[in-house]
Design a protein around this ligand. Structure first.
Ligand SMILES: NC(=O)C1=CN([C@@H]2O[C@H](COP(=O)(O)OP(=O)(O)OC[C@H]3O[C@@H](n4cnc5c(N)ncnc54)[C@H](OP(=O)(O)O)[C@@H]3O)[C@@H](O)[C@H]2O)C=CC1
Ligand SMILES: CC(=O)[C@@H](O)[C@H](O)COP(=O)(O)O
Ligand SMILES: [Mn+2]
Length: 394
């Protein structure tokens, strides 16, 4: 029996995780669930999965959650606040932590799980974008097990040889990692129309059902940029060893190209329950509730390389990855502010890249040797992005 903590249980990944878990009650024991704004759903989840701990991310929400739990007649310990998130993810009664909080807010609780030597299933890509070197050092130092949930990285993981040595793809005969992306909802939109797209259009991903922040990132291809950085850290790659390929159907989830000409791809219907089930059961395989691929129904399969004039955020991310950790941390923070501003109607879709570029140009280059420095750079970048949004909004 694996004892599970789900950070971000009320989100898209959190809900898919609970769906897979519910199919295997003999394998998984849900011990802790966390949420942020959607506390009603959190309590509904508690009724079904009877965790020991139920956590609201915001400390001020303790009385609200406690009341909801009492009204529902659920028996569990109610906790609240950022420290409570870290407490449950590092708790001795937990074996596996699903890190599915969105954005920088996921960093500290995920790192707490790593430092407690847990098996960490990583959906929260922003944690690696912000602090990749420190994060991977902590994984090694505390002998945590890190398994990728992001569909592309899970696919790459499945296509790598079992004896893959971190940071040395060539010794495994690997020539390139092919990171696939759909191109988002605006792949074929006329460039001059991008200025006027709405949050609703941007959140309507052609293939995946996801939270709003990652959906906008897919539309700008910042998601692929963040994933590029994530892949560098997860597998120890240089920027030259990764190639982004647009594959609008999202059936191939990424590929590994070998020196002998072979290309191994992982395929499946676009449903996050596949990588979630893979990581939950690894190295075994379990049923995930995902329909099998119907090859005769796959009308066409196409590929192209990205055009950076359409997707300036992708170029910014690759450049930031080359520049170093201060740049990727700043870019991530700026992008979170810019995406939120776009979703609130404060800036236009095309201004997201403008905010990100401005912040990257304004931030000082420095070594990020500890998490406090990471958090300081994150804060500074948010301030810069927020003031720019205020200026542009006016
Ligand atoms: N959705 C997907 O298919 C994929 C997602 N990912 C990654 O997984 C992560 C989660 O994405 P997704 O599930 O789509 O996002 P959602 O927005 O659907 O869910 C986010 C979760 O985080 C919680 N949350 C939000 N803000 C905070 C905060 N400040 N502190 C603590 N908890 C918070 C939310 O709580 P509440 O809802 O209660 O407010 C919710 O449980 C992201 O990093 C994303 O990039 C990666 C690959 C695919
Ligand atoms: C499901 C998943 O892993 C997402 O990150 C997905 O890849 C987003 O789609 P894009 O390929 O459009 O970014
Ligand atoms: Mn992905």
């Amino acid at each position: 029996m694996q004892r599970l903590c789900i950070l971000g249980a009320t989100g898209s990944i959190g809900q898919s995780t609970l769906d897979v878990v519910a199919r295997h009650p003999e394998r998984f024991d849900v011990v802790a669930l966390t949420g942020h704004r959607n506390l009603t759903l959190l309590v509904e989840q508690a009724k079904l999965h009877t965790p020991r701990f139920l956590v609201a991310a915001d400390k001020q929400d303790y009385p609200v959650l406690a009341q909801l739990v009492a009204d529902a007649g659920v028996s569990c310990e109610v906790l609240a606040g950022e420290e409570a998130l870290e407490y449950v993810s590092a708790h001795a009664e937990i074996d596996v932590v699903m890190a599915a909080i969105v954005g920088a807010a996921g960093l500290l609780p995920t790192l707490a799980a790593v430092k407690a030597g847990k098996r960490v299933l990583l959906a929260n890509k922003e944690a690696l974008v912000m602090s990749g070197r420190l994060f991977m050092q902590a994984v090694r130092e505390h002998q945590a097990t890190l398994l990728p949930i992001d569909s592309e990285h899970n696919a790459i993981f499945q296509c790598l040889p079992h004896d893959y040595s971190y940071g040395a793809p060539a010794t495994s005969g690997i020539s390139k990692i092919l990171l696939t992306g759909s191109g988002g909802p605006f792949l074929h939109k006329a460039m001059h129309e991008l200025d006027g797209v709405t949050p609703q259009q941007a959140c309507k991903h052609p293939n995946w059902s996801m939270g709003r922040k990652i959906s906008v990132d897919s539309a700008t291809m910042m998601n692929k940029g963040l994933e590029f950085i994530e892949a560098c850290w997860l597998f120890g790659l240089t920027t030259e060893q990764i190639q982004v390929v647009i594959h609008p159907q999202s059936v191939i989830h990424s590929m590994v190209q070998y020196q002998d000409g072979s290309v191994l791809a992982q395929m499946g219907n676009p449903d996050m329950r596949t990588p979630i089930a893979h990581a939950l059961a690894y190295p075994k395989r379990i049923e995930a509730g995902v329909a099998p691929l119907d090859f005769a129904a796959l009308a066409d399969f196409s590929f192209q390389y990205p055009d950076y004039t359409r997707y300036p955020n992708l170029k910014l991310a690759i450049d930031a990855c080359q520049a170093g950790q201060y740049a990727t941390t700043s870019l991530n923070a700026a992008n979170e502010i810019a995406v939120e501003a776009f979703l609130l109607g404060k800036i236009r879709f095309t201004q997201i890249a403008g905010v990100n570029e401005h912040v990257l140009q304004s931030i000082d280059a420095l070594e990020l040797n500890n998490i406090d420095t990471v958090l300081n750079v994150d804060r500074r970048a948010r301030e810069l992005a927020t003031s720019l949004v205020a200026r542009w909004q006016g």
